[in-house]
Design a protein around this ligand. Structure first.
Ligand code: SF4
Length: 361
């Protein structure tokens, strides 16, 4: 059995570690690139959202590399995510690929859905082996996210632009290669130290911009044309509202303290939106309300034709908690020059706003 799965940021690294420990043959398709997108666009219904198109491209590339068992998240929901796996399976079969599709119902089965899927793929490995491999995967995920959070802080201040990105690429590679907890801890510490030592200009505090929106386009840099890095080059510190490690904590496990971050966000959205509208639309509204006082601005990432984020976008313009919001619609038509022009104009606006508010103090 050769298992293939789609990409979403660096999530393949924890899965690779987990499956390696269980002797499951994982086929990792090339990281998202123009070919992946072209394949996805060519074989998807035109109006579908970019997460569908890119993940379809990944699955096609995985089958080309010999994967015969494909994993796709599935589950109930108010948006199209629930139909992704079924539709992609049909498209792949029409293209002549032979495989088994395993759908993982994350929203309803949570952790048990993932563990059950691993049990099946690992040829009924013992629970002890599965849990210990899973824990190691989670440790890698946490290390990746901790380092990335530091990268977000260093990027806007670094004297030589690109230094934090270069260190991050090396850190990702090093984390991918380690095979035990103590080396993993050491790698994490070393790279955070190196990032902290990067020469910085600290005279002016950077603008703080929150990144919110649909889960996939927030977490997959290829789909948002690396918006976080581009903002960093413009001297902006980004605060991403979602990290996979945090999502795992709140969505897969029961929160032991009973303080569910999602509840807090939903509560904040309540005056404007009372219920789940699918995807991450409810959270986008709540995050705007919750962070309006903390951030200088918000970049809202929404896949083109994504119904939940279209609803959120329209509500966000009229909340009483005011903070400038730039919505970027992500699809195959999004081009870097257009996005950069909009980011530059947005950052200009935020700088002027900050100057005016400093002068009025
Ligand atoms: S939330 Fe939006 S982009 Fe994501 S699957 Fe649903 S419709 Fe598509």
């Amino acid at each position: 059995m050769r298992v293939g799965m789609p990409h979403m940021g660096n999530v393949y690294i924890p899965f690779k570690a987990l499956f390696q420990r269980l002797n499951v043959d994982l086929v990792i398709p090339p990281v998202n690139n123009q070919r992946t997108l072209s394949l996805g666009v060519r074989y998807s219904p035109e109006g579908l959202c970019i997460p569908f198109k890119l993940t379809l491209g990944n699955l096609i590339e995985a089958t080309e590399l010999g994967a015969d068992t494909l994993i796709m998240p599935a589950g109930y929901g108010t948006c199209r995510l629930g139909y992704y796996a079924k539709t992609q399976e049909q498209i792949l079969r029409e293209l002549g690929h032979n495989f088994e599709m395993i759908q993982v119902g994350i929203s309803e089965q949570k952790l048990f859905g993932i563990l059950g899927m691993i049990k099946r793929l690992s040829n009924n490995a013992s629970w002890y082996k599965i849990i210990s491999a899973f824990r190691f995967g989670i440790a890698k995920l946490n290390a990746l996210d901790r380092i990335e959070q530091v990268v977000h802080k260093v990027r806007p201040l670094e004297r030589i632009k690109g230094t934090a990105n270069r260190l991050f690429v090396k850190a990702v590679k090093a984390i991918d290669e380690v095979d035990d907890y103590s080396t993993l801890k050491k790698v994490q510490r070393d790279y955070i130290d190196q990032l902290n030592q990067v020469p910085k200009d600290t005279e002016t505090p950077p603008l703080i911009v929150g990144i919110t929106g649909e889960f996939y386009v927030v977490l997959e840099p290829f789909s948002n044309l690396d918006v976080e890095s581009e903002l960093g080059k413009l001297g902006v510190e980004v605060r991403r509202t979602t990290f996979v490690s945090e999502w795992t904590k709140f969505s897969l496990f029961l929160n032991p303290l009973g303080m569910d971050e999602k509840d807090r966000i939903h509560k904040a959205a309540q005056p404007y939106l009372k219920r789940d509208i699918g995807g991450d639309g409810w959270e986008s509204v709540g995050e705007k309300v919750l962070h309006a006082k903390k951030y200088d601005g918000l970049v809202h990432l929404a896949p083109f034709t994504c119904m939940p984020e279209i609803i959120a976008q329209n509500i966000m313009t009229s909340t009483k908690e005011t903070i400038p919001v730039l919505t970027i619609l992500c699809d195959e038509q999004l081009a870097k020059p257009g996005m950069l022009t909009r980011l530059e104009a947005f950052v200009d606006l935020l700088e002027r706003k900050r100057r005016i508010s400093n002068n009025n103090r």
